[in-house]
Design a protein around this ligand. Structure first.
Ligand SMILES: NC(=O)c1ccc[n+]([C@@H]2O[C@H](COP(=O)([O-])OP(=O)(O)OC[C@H]3O[C@@H](n4cnc5c(N)ncnc54)[C@H](OP(=O)(O)O)[C@@H]3O)[C@@H](O)[C@H]2O)c1
Length: 356
């Protein structure tokens, strides 16, 4: 029998796309009738209810409401996409899963969405290659206090262990492509860069030539589905301290990607020149991209050196390649033209962190 699955952040880009993907592929392992979505506004709840699924209007910072919501809906799997930073949200959900397990004797699972910022040198991560099959947990634990996402990952793993809940940490890299959810369909980095370029009528870059890892949203949602299917089929896959999954499909060389972007923007008349300009300071870059200056390097200019092994061990096969990404870069511009400003709770929370 298909378990009851709750997707948090279901009005967001990743959570909304996972929800749409799960509904589209509804089968005996992931059944539509067993999917619940958590959102925090009445308007979002009304829109998602039209999909014929169970919608919980929940503020995930409210522990009592979270525990009641999960227990009254017999939730045994949570896919958490509302915040990689806010530890309290994750801990409340795990506490609720622990209570659910205690009440029914049925095993429970927590799938956490983290962020790649935890694993780059600019946030204090050690230099050199990092494999998701390596000692990621012990290094995160040692460096937990110096970056909020690392602290949350460690708390997720330790609290899950204490509650008897099986945990997995998914680390999406630069996610691109139009989301398929009902609410926010724009990702963060690339739409922000496009908006900045349109408003400045030129594409800017940092002086350094960095490379990052990319994944199309459809490949990312397929990874969540793959993990849920393994859980339902009772297959043992890496979890807890070993349960890190780097969701990377291919590299993106920023200078090359931005050159493609500049040519496509110029062809649309959205920038005056396809020649790339160089930002002279972090403040200028932050202003152009609309993010707080202290975070601009970590978000947009961090060289990544990560290797994904666990995702392949469980049979994930992304279909988007770097060549396909470059060939379809104009679609990213169309998404921004259609949908306007990217609304990201990550950027909101970074501004809140700077304000203190
Ligand atoms: N997009 C990427 O490229 C990327 C890459 C790596 C990691 N991530 C991480 O993945 C997570 C999801 O990203 P996303 O792009 O899907 O973000 P998003 O579009 O901003 O979605 C987050 C959703 O969570 C909801 N939420 C936030 N706090 C909540 C609370 N206290 N109670 C209930 N709901 C709450 C938000 O509600 P509202 O709609 O009311 O704001 C929003 O709908 C984030 O933690 C992000 O840092 C994203």
């Amino acid at each position: 029998m298909s378990p009851n699955i709750l997707i948090t952040g279901a009005a967001g880009y990743i959570g909304g796309s996972i929800l749409a993907d799960f509904l589209a592929r509804s089968d005996s392992l992931i059944e539509k009738n067993n999917i619940s979505a958590a959102v925090r506004s009445e308007e979002q709840a009304n829109i998602l209810s039209k999909l014929g699924i169970n919608v919980l209007k929940l503020d995930l910072t409210d522990e009592k409401a979270v525990v009641e919501g999960l227990l009254s809906n017999n939730i045994t799997i949570v896919i958490h996409c509302a915040s990689s930073l806010d530890q309290a949200q994750a801990l409340h959900l795990i506490t609720a899963l622990g209570k659910q397990q205690e009440a029914t004797g049925e095993k429970t699972y927590f799938i956490h969405t983290s962020g790649l910022g935890a694993f780059v040198e600019k946030t204090g991560w050690p230099p050199g290659e990092t494999k998701d099959t390596g000692p990621v947990f012990s290094v995160e634990k040692e460096l937990a206090d110096s970056f909020a996402t690392r602290k949350t990952d460690v708390a997720v793993i330790e609290h899950s262990k204490a509650q008897g809940v099986t945990s997995f940490i998914i680390i999406p890299c630069t996610v691109y492509g139009r989301g398929t959810g009902e609410w926010n369909q724009l990702s963060v980095k690339i739409p922000i860069w496009i908006q900045g370029s349109i408003s400045q009528k030129a594409v800017y870059k940092f002086p350094e030539d960095t490379k990052v890892s990319g994944v199309n949203i459809s490949d990312l949602t397929a990874l969540y589905s793959q993990i849920v299917k393994k859980i339902v089929q009772k297959e043992t896959i890496p979890s807890g301290e070993e349960g890190y999954y780097f969701a990377l499909a291919h590299e993106i060389v920023w200078s090359e990607a931005l050159q493609h972007l500049a040519i496509a923007l110029k062809a649309r008349g959205l920038v005056t020149d396809s020649k790339i300009q160089i930002w002279t300071s972090d403040e200028a870059a932050a202003e152009s991209l609309g993010v707080p200056a202290p975070f601009v390097q970590v978000l947009f200019n961090a060289d990544e050196n990560i290797v994904a092994e666990n995702v392949h061990k469980i049979g994930w096969k992304p279909v988007w390649t770097y060549e396909r990404f470059l060939q379809n870069i104009d679609d990213q511009i169309q998404d921004v033209v259609d949908l306007g400003k990217a609304k990201s709770s990550l950027v909101d929370s970074l501004f809140a962190a700077v304000r203190g």
